[in-house]
Ligand binder design. Sequence first.
Ligand code: ARG
Length: 447
Amino acid sequence: MKLWGGRFTKQTDDLAFAFNESLSFDQRLYHQDIQGSIAHVTMLARQNILTDSERDQIIEGLTSILNDLENGSLEFDPQYEDIHSFVEAILTERVGDAGKKLHTGRSRNDQVALDMRMYIRDEIPVLIDLLKKLREVLSRLMKEHVETYMPGFTHLQKAQPTTLAHHLGAYFEMFGRDISRMEDTRERLNECPLGAGALAGTTYPLDREYTASLLGFRCATANSMDSVSDRDYLIELLSNLSLVMMHLSRFSEEVILWNSNEYQFVEIDDGYSTGSSIMPQKKNPDIAELVRGKTGRVYGHLIQMLTTMKGLPLAYNKDMQEDKEGVFDAIDTAEHCLTLFTGMLDTMKFNKPVMAKSAMNGFTNATDAADYLVMHGVPFRDAHGIIGQLVLTCIEKGCSLDELPLDEYQAICPTFQADIYDAISLKTCVEKRMTKGAPGALLNQYK
Ligand code: ARG
């Protein structure tokens, strides 16, 4: 059953139909499609293009379709090409001739553009909510761990001591930016393309601003060709989702490292780990690995969409039907990853003594030892050289700077006094880093 049979003398080839159809995946737009149609006919009747009775019959029919789809008594019928054809055909079956007037002053081109905008507009708050839940867990952990010492790394080499709160705070910022990007995208896409028609508007006296306001849009879109051929908002969303996934993936990589036997900084809860079929001792961080792995899949959808749009002449082209599966999959993937990652983080155990011990090894307090000399009038470059020598001594002796006896310090530089040990303790190293954004400032903020 097609919307456009009149001009044709032959049926579509079966394979061509299957290749062309989108109902199998655009059925998830049914809610937005029906909502859009209700607004459209409400406007048509207000403009005296339909009678009030036709409007009422159509709205009643559309509402019954929505209810039946939702309660499962109506199923999507694969003989229809897409969600738009399906809804219109069922409507006409149910309300007769009035149903045939639904599509007055409209094209599937502006209709599908509307449906996708509304779908994304509905999904963004779901994504923001998941990002907020993740940030709530991070915020709880940050409060609990302002004094949980750990090494900070550069080049994956131990660099300077910091706290778990500080490390997690970096992710708190990343997911905060992700939320603001989602809000920007939602704001920018919130213009209504309905009434653009196939590409050049219509000859009916539509009130596009009225339809836009009925559907909660800020305004109607400005240019009808752009309205039916713009998919920027999908590319923006995919780009936002790629960044979310990139952040989750970096975090996952750290969780995988921290959970390894070599680090033992964390233990992932049994609920978020899996075993090995052969090695009985194994507890694998599969959830974190899958989140990291699925990042590539979301990036792929971004590249696909950019490539699909590249070189498309104005206005609508069927290539644009390819805008759906990747976007839907990217949204589903990101939502699953955010949910699972949040659960894993919420139940993860942090091994504080191991983290603190690791911060003591690897000379993470060497900068602070140099700063001690600077405080006593030694120029920083000289202090750097002196501490370098002391580190070599420690390596030979197999000890840390905290364990090196005072006479060894003084043999290299007499400026050192007994208070050097306090000056290079983890506690001091952290507490003295008071600049905005540093672990000491965070400690003050939460205490
Ligand atoms: N299923 C189509 C899509 O997703 C709907 C628009 C069809 N428009 C057309 N001129 N064939 O893009």
